[in-house]
Design a protein around this ligand. Structure first.
Ligand SMILES: *Cc1c(COP(=O)(O)O)cnc(C)c1O
Length: 459
């Protein structure tokens, strides 16, 4: 079918250099999903963005989350995946709640923390795992490698658990994950194996990169599941459409505030707006890693290296991997090293996007004031989101309907919450069940030879 969406690389239009040989072709959704990254190390982008009519969005009101998922996924994947198969994926993936909590007049919090690993990453990882299982073909075995500092590994591991024909290996830094995170990673079981590496997160990432570059491992079909994969962006469009349909009158404008690190979550909102959702402003607060608000203000982009360690640790990112996609959507190009080749239309960006840096001190203050004023418990990432929304409203005096995202469950950050407001957040059921689970990681030195020997022995 000629109207299927194709995927091009964000580096595709560059002049060739010693480092980058641009990939100027396009691939299908299946290829983009299984390859993860374009051959020129750019990110895959859809060559067309489908639109949703006002009527179609309005029919979602009062309907379960799966209906919004069907509308969005089908708009992108019609012709690639049948509706029946898509429905099965959606039913399997989204079996938990998506609460919209009213905090104040016209101001809501969307809790994306009710999935099995209690972070918003469950939404994308669970859908991507099912799409990969479906599209890889019956004869191919895939091996997913993930390096993690915590949240991504457990969301991805849990999402792929039991998916036939796909094995998952998770590498984590032995001394850098919390006790609870370690338990989450070690006990997934079945086709998912954790490796505890005597090294740091960067070492884990390097081991994975070396494996991808190792020609002698080609036959094992190694692939990645991090947020450079478009398969993880697509499902992150859905909850914006869902929230809008539940809360807004047809055509009414809305503001979303999205605490941001690698910008994958915010990118979902940017696509939702381009699909026709009346998003008046995309608020993208970051922690003390302020390279993006600095760029919006000055036009100069300087990545922060090493990144700054903040309370909202899943957002400690000094050069967001999905910035390349934002630049591309606004006519620019930035590569994975943070070098700007073509400047984007910064005026247009500022028209649609508001970004601000929120310090750790402000994050704690926000946890406290939101609890004192509204009785609502936020964890550090959600607090950055809420504070960013307040900063936007103070600067712009907008009266639009506002939704701020809570991206993790407060029980994942008990120390920050107890030391700020003196309460212990109640564990969600998935985390209570963790205590009973068993499983051991494989212990490994920080050595590529050791990792390679392990891969050869088990594949
Ligand atoms: C990953 C993560 C974020 C940042 O999301 P990006 O898509 O990388 O911007 C925010 N909050 C939590 C809890 C996360 O795990």
């Amino acid at each position: 079918m000629s109207n299927k969406i194709r995927y091009y690389s964000t580096n595709g239009k560059l002049e060739p250099t010693d480092e980058i040989i641009p990939f100027s072709g396009t691939v299908s959704f299946r290829e983009a999903l299984l390859m993860g990254q374009a051959p020129d190390e750019g990110l895959f982008m859809p060559d067309r963005i489908p639109t949703l009519s006002r009527e179609a969005i309005a029919t979602l009101r009062g309907q379960p989350y799966g209906e919004a998922a069907r509308l969005v996924m089908d708009a992108f994947l019609a012709g690639d995946i049948s509706r029946a198969k898509l429905n099965t994926c959606i039913r399997d993936a989204y079996n938990f709640n998506v609460p919209l909590e009213k905090v104040d007049t016209g101001k809501y919090i969307m809790r994306l923390d009710q999935g099995p690993t209690a972070s918003f990453k469950d939404f994308a990882a669970r859908m991507m795992a099912r799409l990969m299982g479906l599209l890889k073909g019956y004869t191919t075995r895939l091996n997913v490698l993930v390096a993690t500092s915590g949240d991504t590994g457990s969301a991805v591991g849990d999402a792929y658990k039991g998916v036939k024909g796909i094995n998952v290996t998770i590498l984590y830094p032995r001394e850098e994950v919390s006790g609870r995170q370690k338990k989450q990673l070690d006990t997934i079981g079945e086709n998912v194996q954790a490796i505890s590496v005597a090294g740091q997160f960067d070492d884990c990432q390097n081991l994975v990169k070396q494996a991808f570059a190792d020609r002698s491992l080609r036959r094992f079909n190694l692939t990645s599941a991090n947020s450079i994969n478009f398969g993880r962006i697509l499902p992150q469009i859905i909850y914006y459409v869902y929230a809008y349909a539940q809360l807004a009158a047809p055509g009414e404008e809305i503001v979303f505030s999205i605490p941001s690190g690698n910008f994958g979550n915010a990118l979902g909102c940017e696509y939702a707006r381009r699909m026709g959702l009346p998003v008046n402003k995309l608020v993208m607060p970051v922690n003390e890693n302020d390279e993006f608000p600095h760029f919006l203000e000055t036009g100069r982009y300087e990545k922060i290296s090493p990144s700054r360690a903040c309370l909202s640790n899943a957002m400690n990112v000094g050069h967001p991997s999905n910035l390349a996609r934002f630049f591309d959507l606004y006519g620019g190009t930035v590569d994975r090293n943070g070098r700007v080749h073509i400047h984007p239309d910064r005026q247009a960006m500022r028209e649609h996007i508001f970004s601000v840096s929120v310090s750790d001190r402000e994050t704690r203050e926000t946890i406290k004031t939101v609890y004192d004023r509204y009785g609502v418990v936020l964890e550090p990432h959600g607090a950055v989101g809420w504070r960013g929304l307040e900063a936007y409203l103070e600067a712009m005096g907008d009266n639009a309907l506002c939704v701020s995202l809570e991206t993790a469950h407060p029980a994942k950050f008990p120390e920050a919450i107890e030391s700020t407001i003196g309460i212990q957040p109640e564990l969600p059921q998935s985390m209570k069940d963790l205590e009973k689970k068993t499983g051991e990681p494989i212990l490994m030195d920080n050595s590529y030879e050791a990792f390679r020997t392990y891969l050869l022995s088990c594949m």
